[in-house]
Design a protein around this ligand. Sequence first.
Ligand code: HEC
Ligand code: HEC
Ligand code: HEC
Ligand code: HEC
Ligand code: HEC
Length: 383
Amino acid sequence: MMINRYAILFFLFLVPSFAHGESQLGEIPPMQTDGYTSSAVCGKCHVQIYNRWKESIHAHAYDDPIFDVSYNIAYRKTAGEAKKICLPCHAPTTTFTGDYDAQLPITKEGVTCDFCHTVKDVDLHAKDPYLKEIGLVKRGPLKEGKGLEGKHEIAYSELHKKSEFCAGCHDFRSENSVLIIGTYSEWKEGPYPQKGTQCQDCHMPLVKGKIVSSESSPVRMINEHNLVGGHSLAQLKKAVDLKIVDVNKGAARTEVLVDISNTGSGHQIPTGIPSRHLVLNVEVLAEDGKVFRDKIVYEKVLADMDGKELTDDSDIMLGGSIQIIKDNRLRPKENRRELFTIYTMDSKIKSVSAWVDYTYKPLILEKAAMQVEMVRDRFLIVD
Ligand code: HEC
Ligand code: HEC
Ligand code: HEC
Ligand code: HEC
Ligand code: HEC
């Protein structure tokens, strides 16, 4: 039954679309009243928001190749059980449709419009944290809507402006209650909640735009829907600051004092899935051309109960009994002073550089490995 209904919807999208004017409203496919409506329908009116969401990682939470590879491994390791573990976050409409074999087009839309905008409440202690009220009422930050044309109703939701709304997916505990993904908890323990800064303030900032692309709809401030994070260079560059505080040349060694701080990230950096790392590198250049290097890796490392390190995303995300064996990540607003002792022997030192790389090596083709330089500082020695 469900399949038929979606098949009809799908067919309607194949009909060539016309200019998005008010006069075209009649051509908009019907909204579902007892199931999820496809983002393509929402996108007929909410054109700008749809275009931004489409390029977000949320829109690809189910079909992004990095997830796909690790999902397939997890699926095999658990004889299919993984679908009920992974899909509630990566294709959350499944918790209502039960479509764990991804037969419906809506499942492949990942974290889709209608999932987020029909959430009524969040209970972080429940097995499924999201209380849904699926239907024609769409919930969000607007107190009243104009010119809805009877397509859907709206309801004001304070929840949508709060971090708790994101927490149901951005905190993930193992069977023995160890935080695997702890972005929300990290935020909550940091200084941002007191300042009233929510996830949305940094990841869905207000920009000028139109909620609905019709002539009568005014240009106003709307929320960005592309939710940039660790995959965005601009976002990464905002996050960390770095300064070489002092360089001391000793007889056989050079001591370098570096300040590194998490200035712009609302949570630990790196956050999210533990396979992401932050690397602070120091390089001493001698006058004879010799180069000496050292580094510190900031990371959260998980292990099984026997202490064997878990490096594969699928093992980590299956969420069995685990323990944290290392966590030296930078907390929000934390400034940390690091001392590097580099054995430069009798070389005469010319300059010292320090820089921070963000690295991520998912289990997929080598070329998917990611390394981004975030900040750099240089210290010239003048005798
Ligand atoms: C991950 C959940 C999520 C997804 C997916 C999502 N939204 Fe939103 N949307 C929000 C949140 C949260 C807000 C309010 C943010 C705030 O006020 O701080 C919002 C705001 C809105 C608003 C009110 C205007 C504005 O921008 O403030 C509209 C309209 C809207 N979204 C439509 C859509 C459409 C259409 C899609 C799909 C193309 C979509 N949303 C996808 C979470 C989501
Ligand atoms: C026929 C055009 C149309 C379609 C299709 C449409 N919307 Fe809307 N939507 C509107 C209009 C008009 C408003 C009110 C805008 C305003 O007040 O300026 C609105 C408002 C909203 C809001 C704001 C609610 C609030 O209280 O903050 C959300 C969220 C939303 N729509 C989500 C969706 C989603 C999700 C879909 C697809 C399932 C969708 N819309 C499909 C026209 C549409
Ligand atoms: C239904 C679950 C769900 C909800 C609700 C949700 N997210 Fe996500 N989010 C995900 C998943 C799953 C991914 C990773 C997708 C992937 O890479 O395959 C993700 C990715 C992201 C990323 C991108 C990270 C990167 O590496 O670039 C950001 C930023 C983000 N979410 C922020 C938010 C914020 C802010 C909210 C609340 C407004 C929110 N999310 C709500 C599931 C969710
Ligand atoms: C003060 C601004 C700020 C706040 C508040 C904030 N973030 Fe972030 N977030 C960032 C910045 C900057 C980055 C990029 C650097 C990094 O990875 O930490 C980021 C990265 C991310 C990533 C990508 C992680 C990665 O390494 O790929 C996710 C997911 C994310 N944030 C989710 C959230 C969620 C969920 C909340 C609320 C609980 C939140 N953020 C609150 C600024 C913020
Ligand atoms: C509680 C919600 C939740 C569950 C359950 C979950 N994930 Fe995720 N997953 C996320 C979020 C949120 C992110 C994004 C965090 C970040 O950017 O670091 C993510 C990111 C990922 C990534 C990185 C994707 C990328 O593009 O970088 C992989 C791989 C992944 N998950 C695999 C899985 C697998 C496999 C399962 C099931 C065994 C699973 N996840 C279960 C929430 C979840």
